[in-house]
Design a protein around this ligand. Structure first.
Ligand code: CP
Ligand code: NVA
Length: 300
C-alpha cells in the first residue's frame, strides 16, 4: 500500500499478509491479549448514510474498549445533507478526528473521503462491498473450522455487496467460491475476475443445490439490500431460500453464516438460523473483535 493514511477501503486493495495481520490482531483482542489501549486519546467519526445496528455498535464499543472515543454522524443531520461535498467534509473532519468510518451508497464517495481526509478512512459498507463484515466472517470460519484454504464456500441469493467482498476473500484465503444467483443478480464481474486472477476457483450458477453440494460454508443475505428499489425481487429469489433441505446437501461439517439483519422466512428459515450449523451470533460478535484489529492497524 502507498504511504499516507492507512485506509481500510476494500479487501482487493490489500496484500494477504496485511489482512492476516489484522485478523491476528482481532483474534488477540478477543483473547484479551491485544494492546489494551491502542486508541487512547483517539477519536473515530462515523458517518452513516444508511441505517446500521451491528456496524455502529461494534465500532463504538470496540473504539471505547481500546481507550478511544467516537462521534456518531447521521448524514442527514450534517451539512452533507445540505449539499456540502464529501471532499470538503473530509478536509474538515480530518482536522478534528483520527479516523473516519463511512457507510454510504456510492463507493466513489468512500474514495473521495479517503483522498481528502488526511486520516484513515474505513469502509462501513457501500452498495459495492462490505469488507469489515467479511473479515468477521473469515475470523468466524477460522475459529470454528480452521483455515479456509482448500474449502468451498457457497453464496446463495443476491450477488450483492457482501458477495463481492467474499470474492475478494476467496482471492486472498485460498477457498473456492460458488455463487448461486438469479441471472439478473449475479455478482460483480470485476470482483469475479479479480478472484480468478488471484487463482481462486469461482463458479457461477443459478442452481442453489449445485452451489451448496459438498460446501463447507453456506451463506446468504437479505433479498433487498438497503437502498434497493426493485420490488420484484422476492419472486425471483424465492427459489434461493436457505432451508434445512438445502443445508442437507452441503458437507456434514458445513457452517451457516448471514451478515444480518436476517429476514426470517425469506432468504433463510428459522430452522437454519437457529439450527446447529448456524454461527450467526459468533459472526456478529466478531464484527467488534476484528474491527478492533482494523482500527488498531489504521491508527498505528
Ligand atoms: N451486518 C451489518 O453490517 O449490520 P448492520 O447493518 O446492522 O450494521
Ligand atoms: N447487503 C445488505 C447488507 C446489510 C448489512 C445491504 O447492503 O443492505
Amino acid at each position: 500500500m502507498s504511504s499516507g493514511p492507512k485506509h481500510f477501503l476494500d479487501l482487493d486493495l490489500f496484500d494477504t499478509q496485511t489482512l492476516r495481520h489484522i485478523l491476528d490482531l482481532g483474534a488477540a483482542f478477543k483473547r484479551g491479549a491485544g494492546n489494551p489501549a491502542p486508541a487512547a486519546g483517539k477519536i473515530l467519526a462515523m458517518i452513516f448514510e444508511k441505517p446500521s445496528t451491528r456496524t455502529r455498535v461494534s465500532f463504538e464499543s470496540g473504539m471505547k474498549q481500546m481507550g478511544g472515543d467516537v462521534i456518531m454522524m447521521a448524514a442527514g443531520d450534517t451539512q452533507l445533507g445540505r449539499g456540502e461535498t464529501i471532499a470538503d467534509t473530509a478536509r474538515v473532519l480530518g482536522r478534528f478526528v483520527d479516523a473516519i468510518m463511512i457507510r454510504t451508497d456510492d463507493p466513489a464517495k468512500l474514495t473521495e473521503m479517503a483522498a481528502h481526509a488526511g486520516v484513515p478512512v474505513i469502509n462501513g459498507l457501500t452498495d459495492s462491498s462490505h469488507p469489515c463484515q467479511v473479515m468477521a466472517d473469515v475470523m468466524t470460519f477460522e475459529e470454528h473450522r480452521g483455515s479456509l484454504a482448500g474449502k468451498t464456500v457457497a453464496w446463495i441469493g443476491d450477488g450483492n455487496n457482501v458477495a463481492a467482498s467474499w470474492l475478494h476473500a476467496a482471492g486472498h484465503f485460498g477457498c473456492a467460491i460458488r455463487l448461486a444467483c438469479p441471472a439478473s443478480l449475479m455478482p460483480s464481474a470485476t470482483a469475479v475476475a479479480w478472484a480468478r486472477a488471484r487463482g481462486a476457483t469461482v463458479e457461477l450458477t443459478s442452481d442453489p443445490a449445485e452451489a451448496v453440494a459438498g460446501a463447507h460454508l453456506v451463506m446468504t443475505d437479505t433479498w433487498v439490500s438497503m437502498g434497493c428499489k426493485d420490488a420484484n425481487r422476492h419472486q425471483v429469489l424465492a427459489p434461493y431460500q436457505v432451508n434445512e433441505a438445502l443445508m442437507a446437501k452441503a458437507d456434514a461439517s458445513a457452517l451457516f453464516m448471514h451478515c444480518l439483519p436476517a429476514h426470517r422466512g425469506e432468504e433463510v428459515t428459522d430452522a437454519v438460523m437457529d439450527g446447529p450449523q448456524s454461527v450467526v451470533w459468533d459472526e456478529a460478535e466478531n464484527r467488534m473483535h476484528v474491527q478492533k484489529g482494523i482500527l488498531s492497524w489504521c491508527l498505528a
